[in-house]
Design a binder for this molecule. Structure first.
Ligand code: FMN
Length: 180
């Protein structure tokens, strides 16, 4: 019986990438696979024999988190053995113009340079703007950045900018590689 295990590893600061990882896990499960979700900061993760691996993390101040970088460096060989995909979560990816898309792609490229892992499939997902989770200073700064970018500025509520159909298409694409 072949291993039907898809491992999803995520790194998050405010929790949104965890929500994306859980969404991916639900889709994986609905497709008839077994989904195992882990936080990158909590190894060891057993990737041996996994049918596929999906790794993702968010951007803060122009970088992916150090736990995610460490995870990809540590598990690079296993990640290269299985069909594996990487997703990056940022506000840059919220905007669909060429400049912001290039910025989001550059951050993925920097992650690849830092870890030495070249995932066969990558995606940049629009993140969230959870004003209620920020302290006063972060809320103030994030509102200013969002305003400058023409984004959401009502700090009395939280925003989720993720286009879930893109997350589903990315998941299906990895599962297609696993099946073939
Ligand atoms: C302090 C801070 C710095 C951030 N820096 C960036 C950044 O440099 N580029 C970007 O595109 N998004 C940036 N973001 C937006 C996050 O990537 C976005 O909110 C994402 O959804 C966070 O995901 P998480 O909840 O999984 O950590 C920043 C957010 C915060 C709070």
């Amino acid at each position: 019986m072949p291993d039907r295990r898809i491992v999803v590893v995520y790194d998050t600061k405010e929790g949104h990438t965890r929500s994306i990882a859980k969404h991916i896990a639900e889709r994986v499960h609905a497709a008839g696979f077994e989904a195992r979700v882990f936080e990158a900061s909590a190894p060891p993760v057993n990737l041996d024999g996994a049918a596929g691996v999906i790794v993702g993390g968010s951007i803060h101040v122009g970088k992916h988190g150090k736990h995610l970088v460490r995870f990809a460096k540590t598990y690079r060989e296993q990640l290269e053995r299985a069909p594996a995909a990487f997703f990056s979560v940022s506000l840059a990816a919220t905007r669909t113009d060429a400049e912001h898309q290039a910025e989001a792609a550059r951050l993925v490229n920097e992650f690849e340079q830092a870890t030495g892992w070249r995932p066969e499939l990558t995606a940049c997902f629009a993140g969230a703007l959870p004003y209620s989770k920020y302290n006063f200073l972060v809320r103030f700064i994030m509102r200013r950045i969002s305003k400058k970018e023409g984004g959401d500025t009502d700090t009395s509520r939280d925003y989720v900018c993720t286009r879930w159909d893109e997350v589903d298409a990315f998941t299906d694409s990895l599962l297609g590689r696993v099946r073939s």
